[in-house]
Design a protein around this ligand. Structure first.
Ligand code: ATP
Ligand code: MG
Length: 444
């Protein structure tokens, strides 16, 4: 059997971050059928591309391509939270009832999933983690020396949403990064809050998104306002008043301005736009530390209540938000920073065996050059799929760079080069392809 079609050779030792994947071995397949439950671009493309599978309304499995995106997003967040001084922990999804009774939220949080046990006890499936993290961190705080401190986790949250919708934007089980900070003074809390706000903007920027810092209500957390990170797209559920000329933005729930009015910061006319809330940060003050009695001994020997902030990013919602912001009529346009693979290598087999063999040899050699440089490649090595179908899949799946090797390109000793974000293709000499890809990946 010719090497090109020998599907029995050992798969590369694959880990989650295996850098290559041959489509002949990929678990998932794309589908042309638009699923009935696809009520939004992210639902449509993530389902059609096989990034996720819907198990029930608002409940998804993350499949190989989708999980790679999710992990890339999580790692960007992890890097920025670590840089902020956050210490990563992992708290349980299944939570005891008692702390929820202590805060009163067992009764007041309408989206709380309550789980009965055969022992007669009841548990909560965590929609958020203040009830766990406050006593947890509190158990380690003695004096001012122990402050400030910040912990975070990346974990599944559960909310009994009345209406799960818009693909992964509003789920009943979803991924969240939640960070909690603990301080001795309001001034220290505010300083950290500003640093966290800046780190959030870096996270969204690194994910290819432009997020607007939006004043919003404090919700069930605090009487004060909070800041949301809104990504403006028509798929958004939130209505926000935003200034087109400066950074001013207010959620319409609490707005002090209205459409067409002068922006309080710069005077331009404020616009009403739709946004997806990708993140939300809160100054909690002493709300939770007071109920759980989290105190510290100050420099002067006095016992004082710790002050807290909490900071959330919906990590699965963020993947959906990227799709909403970055797609066209053919599919997704992943930014390099989060794409499942950096390069989509397409081999067009040609009609006769000799051509196929040349195409496969050239492809295999480029594939191994790229991967030996640490470049991640999804290789469409499928022998029996038409060029049109391969191109449609490349557009749907949305890798940033498509390289095509075909009889036509090899006649010119070349590889066809096309960015997902552009309509133009060009030929690049086979001999230059590796260096060109390396520079493309290094570009910002
Ligand atoms: P929303 O107003 O959209 O219901 P929220 O304000 O209740 O969200 P937070 O408690 O602030 O949400 O949670 C932090 C982040 O988690 C949100 O900014 C959002 O990105 C994400 N998130 C919240 N609920 C969901 C959900 N049901 N599905 C997916 N992500 C969610
Ligand atoms: Mg919120």
């Amino acid at each position: 059997m010719r090497r090109a079609f020998c599907l029995s050779d050992q798969p590369e030792r694959s880990t989650l971050f295996a850098i290559t994947m041959r489509m002949t071995r990929l678990l998932t397949k794309t589908t042309k059928n638009v699923p009935a439950e696809a009520d939004s671009a992210n639902a449509k493309y993530l389902l059609q591309g096989g990034f996720v599978r819907q198990e029930a309304a608002g409940i998804y499995s993350w499949l190989p391509l989708g999980l790679r995106v999710l992990r890339h997003v999580e790692n960007i967040i992890r890097e920025e939270m670590d840089a902020l001084g956050g210490q990563e922990i992992l708290m349980p999804g299944l939570q005891p009832k008692e702390p929820w009774q202590i805060t009163g939220r067992w009764e007041t949080v309408d989206v709380l999933f309550k789980v009965p046990s055969q022992t007669g006890k009841e548990y909560a499936l965590g929609p958020t983690h203040e009830e766990i993290v406050t006593p947890l961190v509190g158990s380690f705080i003695r004096s001012y020396n122990d402050l400030p401190v910040a912990v975070y986790q990346i974990q599944s949250k559960y909310r009994d949403e009345l209406r799960a919708k818009s693909g992964v934007l509003r789920g009943r089980e979803f991924g969240m990064k939640d960070l909690y900070s603990f301080h001795k003074t309001q001034e220290d809390l505010e300083q950290f809050y500003q640093k966290a706000l800046a780190a959030y903007l870096t996270v969204f920027k690194r994910c290819g998104l432009d997020a607007k810092v939006t004043e919003a209500s404090g919700g069930s957390f605090t009487k004060k306002f909070s800041h949301e990170f809104q990504v403006v797209t028509p798929a958004g559920e939130d209505l926000i008043f935003a200034c087109p000329s400066c950074t001013f933005a207010q959620n319409s729930e609490i707005a002090t301005v209205t459409e067409g009015e002068a922006c309080p910061s710069c005077g331009s006319n404020v616009e009403l736009v739709k946004g997806i809330e990708a993140g939300n940060i809160f100054d909690l003050g002493s709300k939770f530390s007071e109920v759980f009695n989290v105190e510290f001994t100050d420099e002067d020997g006095e016992r004082k209540t710790v002050l807290m902030g909490c900071y959330g990013i919906g990590v699965t919602r963020l993947v959906g938000t990227i799709v909403e912001a970055l797609h066209d009529e053919s599919g997704i346009m992943w930014p390099k920073s989060v794409a499942p693979y950096q390069v989509h290598l397409v081999s067009l087999m040609g009609k006769d065996d000799a051509t196929r063999e040349r195409v496969m040899d050239a492809s295999e050699s480029l594939y191994s050059d790229l991967t030996s440089e640490g470049i991640t490649v999804l290789w469409d090595d499928r022998p029996d799929v038409s060029p049109g179908a391969k191109f449609a899949d490349a557009d749907l799946l949305g890798m940033p760079l498509r390289l095509v090797i075909s009889e036509k390109s090899l006649k010119e000793d070349s590889v066809e080069w096309k960015l997902r974000s552009s309509k133009e293709a060009k030929l690049v000499p086979v001999a230059d392809a590796l260096e060109d890809v390396k520079s493309f990946i290094a570009e910002n």
